[in-house]
Design a protein around this ligand. Structure first.
Ligand SMILES: Cc1ncc(COP(=O)(O)O)c(C=O)c1O
Length: 659
């Protein structure tokens, strides 16, 4: 008979869960059978050791080579409080199971503990005599003796204090991490209670290797060094503090200051030299595990919109206060001041504040008379509003393929022009401008209008000309995600043409030309005074924001350029770094890798506009470059709020994936 299967007697505890997953990964699902008592799991076999017979739960016992006995009442105080019940579960039942396993020729693998030692000496080796002081240790020692007497081929594993590096999982460091994360002011730790904590992944690796190599006898599964509770906590705290400041008062005490039923043995550290020599396993260092746990618990948001800078918050509140005091909540003086500031910054004669970037693009197109029957050439890759604004005017969006830099390919525009074409809407995607001189030349040659959808590119420039300066009208979004963002919805339109500026001012006010008289069918698109007031504050911080974003983008470019297509910026082509998007192979796998490590990333914008259900009525166009680009692009957190440590972490995590 092929006896290769492993039976786990309780696969739902901390070690059991990890061991089951580890064995399944190495041996395949059909080679591992695990039981549970209370917490069921798919494929698990119900087995309550106190009330059921093992042979009933697992009738084909003889197909197993090993059975790992993990169930027990493991808390020393519970054992001491309930001596009869714990004796039944930890000893009587286990002995009966060992007999059954032996009869079926299954090797018992018994999970024992360092509590079988008296704690007087520390650094215990397998040949040291057992001398338990706690009832729990005595129970485990009794089973060890029984096994040694009755089943010489059995494996006895004295497993030290186990921890993991999953912040949401079990074990001591995850528990302490939670206490710190929850903001504990004081943590009491024993400096005289010394163990050799071991990572749960090392435990399961050790168990598998020992079983695989047919080992028998007693083994210590322990971490590489003896550590007090206080040292463990300080190591964890140290790693947390590398990532963020933590204020916690650490109080050193004795383990016996805690209210325990039985006094604890003090130094129960064990040496795992025998395990290391026979299996080649090197248990990992606690510090590394703490670092992994801290990393796994991190969350780097794609964009954190909370205003954490107290100086900025005070200025914003001041600006809002000013508006509340004068009470002109609509079309107040701050709207005019904001418009003046944008016009000056973009070198245009007029800027008109509106309620959003969507309204901005829609009104820009409307002001030029674009409407039913007109075709408007644009990119397929933008926030869906680019298409919606065109369609809301009654016109038809016509997509033209893009280049690797995400922007409209000027070389393909002419082929898309028809007698119905009225305008081109280039979108400066992610904050990098389109090749505007070529696009404008094509428009001029073909008598077309150009409206820059500059929603993502405030602050960018091309050939020393600022964004918005190439077209008759340009639209901007100042929604909170933008580099120049309001604290709610906002947008703006720029132009040099007085008539167009005037028309937009009428359109945004429900087409009203003078008191109560409306000449155009239009709704309300006005910018709030409060948003304008806060935008005036935000404008002061814009140069610093863009330069910090450029610094981060340059670091990413430097780190990723060997395996990714990175966003390009140059003196001629100044990026506004609204979004840092790169193109990589195995994009979805990388995204998962980053997200599993707490780094939020995004795919901008998928599905593309022509594939949105709203545009199912339009004919399909072949867009090979755009389709390829969206299947490979990934946007990373890159806002000015990231700390250097977070940037380093993102770089290392991306690199880890590509090694
Ligand atoms: C290219 C583009 N156009 C238009 C808009 C619409 O702007 P808003 O969200 O302010 O309405 C956005 C918004 O992100 C955009 O990215």
């Amino acid at each position: 008979m092929n006896k290769s299967k492993i039976l786990l007697l309780n696969g739902s505890g901390f070690i059991g869960l990890h061991l089951r997953a580890h064995l399944v990964a190495h041996m395949g699902e059909d080679q591992v059978v695990a039981t549970y008592n209370e917490t069921s799991f798919p494929g698990g076999v119900k087995f309550d050791a106190l009330s059921m017979d093992l042979q009933q739960a697992v009738p084909d016992l003889e197909v197993f080579s090993h059975a790992v006995i993990l169930f027990a009442s493991t808390h020393p105080d519970d054992c001491a409080r309930n001596p009869e019940a714990s004796q039944a579960l930890n000893v009587t039942v286990v002995k009966a199971i060992i007999d059954q396993l032996d009869e079926s020729n299954v090797c018992p693998v018994f999970a024992s503990t360092e509590m079988i030692f008296d704690g007087q000496k520390g650094d215990y080796v397998e040949s040291d005599p057992m001398n338990p002081v706690l009832l729990y240790g005595k129970q485990k020692a009794e089973v060890e003796e029984y096994l040694r007497g009755h089943v010489p081929g059995a494996l006895i594993l004295r497993i030290a204090n186990v921890y993991g590096s999953d912040p949401a999982g079990g074990g001591i460091i995850a528990g302490w991490y939670k206490i710190v994360a929850d903001g504990a002011e004081t943590v009491k730790c024993a400096s005289d209670y010394i163990a050799s904590p071991v990572h749960v992944e090392d435990v399961v690796e050790a168990v598998r290797r020992l079983m695989e190599s047919g080992c028998h006898g007693t083994y210590h599964i322990a971490g590489p060094q003896p550590l007090s509770r206080l040292e463990i906590f300080e190591t964890l705290l140290d790693e947390i503090r590398k990532v963020r400041p933590v204020e916690v008062n650490v109080v050193s005490c004795s383990i016996n200051d805690f209210p325990t039923v039985e006094g604890r043995p003090l130094n129960i550290s064990m040496k795992a030299d025998k395990l290391i020599a026979e299996t080649g396993l090197t248990p990992r260092d606690l510090r590394l595990a703490c670092r992994h746990l801290v990393d796994a618990a991190r969350e780097i948001r794609f964009l954190n919109l909370a205003v954490e800078d107290s100086k900025l918050r005070a200025e914003l509140l001041d600006a809002v206060d000013g508006v509340l005091r004068h009470g002109q909540l609509i079309l107040g003086p701050e709207v005019e001041a904001f418009e003046k500031a944008v016009a000056e910054a973009s070198g245009k004669r007029y800027a008109v504040g509106v309620s959003s970037g969507s309204s901005a693009l829609y009104l820009a197109l409307k002001s030029l008379g674009i409407g039913p029957g007109d075709e408007v050439i644009t990119t397929p890759l933008s926030w869906v509003v680019t298409y919606h604004a065109i369609a809301a005017c009654g016109a038809t969006p016509v997509p033209v393929d893009i280049r690797e830099d995400f922007n409209l390919d000027p070389g393909l525009i002419e082929a898309a022009i028809t007698p119905a074409t009225k305008a081109i809407v280039p979108v400066h995607f992610t904050g990098r401008m389109c090749e505007m001189d070529r696009i404008c030349k094509i428009a001029e040659d073909n008598n077309l209008l150009v409206v820059e959808d500059a929603a993502q590119a405030y602050g960018a420039s091309y050939k020393n000309r600022s964004v918005g300066s190439f077209s008759t009208v340009a639209s901007f979004s100042m929604n909170p995600m933008k580099v120049l963002g309001a604290y709610g919805e906002a947008g703006c339109i720029t132009t040099d043409d007085e008539d167009i500026a005037e028309k937009i001012s009428v359109l945004l006010y429900a087409g009203v030309v003078r008191s109560e008289i409306s000449e155009y069918i239009e709704i309300n698109h006005k910018l709030d005074t409060v948003q304008a007031a806060m935008l005036l504050v935000a404008m002061k911080y814009l140069p610093a924001r863009i330069s910090r974003r450029a610094e981060i983008a340059n670091r990413y470019n430097e780190a990723f350029r060997d395996f990714a297509v990175c966003p390009q910026s140059s003196e001629e082509w100044t990026h506004a770094y609204y979004i840092y998007s790169m193109q990589v192979d195995r994009r979805d796998e990388l995204k998962k890798h980053l997200e599993d490590r707490g780094i939020n990333c995004k795919i901008y914008h998928y599905p593309m506009m022509p594939d949105q259900p709203a545009y199912a009525y339009l004919p399909k166009t072949d867009l090979p470059v755009a389709n390829n680009v969206v299947s490979r692009m990934l946007s990373l957190p890159a806002s000015e709020k990231l700390t250097d440590d977070e940037v380093n972490y993102i770089i290392e995590t991306v690199r880890d994936f590509n090694v």
